[in-house]
Design a protein around this ligand. Sequence first.
Ligand code: NAP
Length: 280
Amino acid sequence: MDITIIGLGLIGGSLGLALKSRGWEGKIKGFDENPSHMDEALSLELVDEICQSLDDALEGSDIAVVAVPVKAIPDIVVHIADNFKNIIITDVGSVKKYILDEISKKIGNRYIKFIPGHPIAGTEKSGPSAALSDLFVDRRVVLCDNRFEEIRRMWEFVGAKVEYLDPETHDKIFGAVSHLPHLVAYALVDAISMMEEEEDAFFRFVASGFRDFTRIASSDPVMWRDIFLTNKKSILQSLIFFRNAIDKLEAQIIMEDEENLEKQLAKAKETRDRAISRMK
Ligand code: NAP
């Protein structure tokens, strides 16, 4: 089966590299609207060939993987569905309901071969040079549709474990466990920047706590702008819980409530340790 990857950055590039390094039986073709990313992807051997137009890249392929920022995904999916009816389309976007809603605004109830997907793997880096051949090994990939075995097989081929979730549940869960932490990391950097304006040199003393907590604030701003705006409802809902948690800690500090503050921190430590051990 030949695969076309549209968007040759961290996720698309890693998928191409992983498929190639594990010996996928078909051809891996790539297209990116950024010409220098196409050159880079070819020189890093992330794909077998790059094509100068989207349609050239799609011609003759069996699967198309759309790996561009969330807001750009629906138009590309509709274009492929309209012009390459035999291709099975999937995407890797971090938000699912927005993408499906935008597609149905454009095509109504028309049947298309589109399987929404989201690999739960990544780093704060972007572009082809960030691609890693083992990015998906032992990582989950969420699919929102089980119609085409080919997509499941592709992800399992690169070492991932496939799980199915409906789009609303996907967005609610990832609004909390992924999108909220990114928002908080960006906000924390902003908060310290505001303090630094008044009292110079804060950033001169940052250490591992700051680095570990804010690593994800080095992620691509366009990608995260799109995610925050397209998963607005779930993120705003998660923020209510986050504000409550901050308020609780603030109150315990103001009241010097040693007992409850310690209980609260111990409970968070235990929950965090358990969640991380389940990741492995
Ligand atoms: P990335 O490294 O920035 O790669 C995206 C690539 O697509 C870039 O080369 C970009 O070019 C190109 N592009 C943008 N618009 C395009 C279009 N209309 N047509 C063709 N190419 C286009 O981003 P990424 O981290 O791989 O993220 C891609 C998708 O994966 C996003 O939807 C994101 O939500 C999802 N995702 C990301 C992660 C993560 O940790 N990064 C994890 C899971 C899922 P320019 O850079 O010039 O715009």
